[in-house]
Ligand binder design. Structure first.
Ligand code: ITT
Length: 211
């Protein structure tokens, strides 16, 4: 009989994804499952007593490691976390690590996007280069850590388009595409995204450390 978390009589290793962002959980599940990892992937929501970590780092990598270590310590299980954001050239890389709370309230995607569009309203197409960046970290309860990074380059539209994805997806048009990230299917986005690249780079690391 196959029970959840048990395959062929062997207990599968459990890997926790340190995020409460439903959009990210869906993407990470797909990316790690596509890589053929025989692990049970669980979102941080499965551990409601573990408090949220303050993202006090000043880089994506620092924040990803903070989140992964906190969850690994609290649960005694290997944990994966990412920190990501949108970096706009003409704003010297902002919103960057402040992307999730650019308009003041953490996770208010629509307000964040509208504020950014208003700030860039006078900027013409030739100066609207931006990229999504993602750092993906793996931490083990014994303190072992690894972090890798990925990017997706593009330009910012003047008006949102598309309903897929989350965050700033409706305004970033990836390089080489005529549509925004929010007009791509999840599979198309994962194939080229900052998070897809970072998590695919993390797969061999997970294999090395978790076997
Ligand atoms: P967790 O900390 O719980 O993982 P979060 O939404 O706070 O969730 P981040 O700290 O990594 O995640 O903030 C990332 C923000 O950057 C996110 O809220 C979006 O506004 C933006 N962002 C990151 N990746 C994105 C993507 O693939 N598409 C659109 N926006 C993205």
């Amino acid at each position: 009989m196959i029970l959840p978390g048990i395959i062929h009589g062997m207990t599968r290793k459990r890997l926790i994804l340190a995020t409460r962002n439903a959009g990210k959980i869906t993407e990470l599940h797909a990316i790690l499952a596509d890589a053929g990892l025989d692990l049970e992937l669980v979102g941080a929501d499965a551990y409601p007593d573990v408090p949220d970590v303050k993202e006090t780092g000043v880089t994506f990598a620092e924040n990803a490691l903070l989140k992964a270590h906190a969850l690994a310590r609290a649960t005694g299980l290997p944990a994966v976390a990412d920190d990501s954001g949108l970096c706009v050239d003409v704003l010297n890389g902002a919103p960057g690590i402040f992307s999730a709370r650019w308009a003041g309230t953490h996770g208010d995607d629509r307000a964040n996007l509208n504020l950014l569009l208003a700030q860039l309203s006078d900027i013409d197409d030739t100066h609207r280069a931006a990229h999504f960046a993602c750092a993906a970290a793996l931490a083990l309860p014994d303190g072992t850590e690894r972090v890798v990074e990925g990017r997706m380059e593009g330009t910012l539209r003047h008006t949102p388009a598309g309903t897929n994805g989350f965050g700033y997806d409706p305004i970033l048009q990836p390089e080489g595409h005529e549509v925004t990230c929010a007009e791509l299917t999840p599979q198309q986005k994962n194939a080229i995204s900052h998070r897809g690249k970072a998590f695919r780079a993390l797969v061999p690391v997970v294999q090395e450390l978790l076997g």
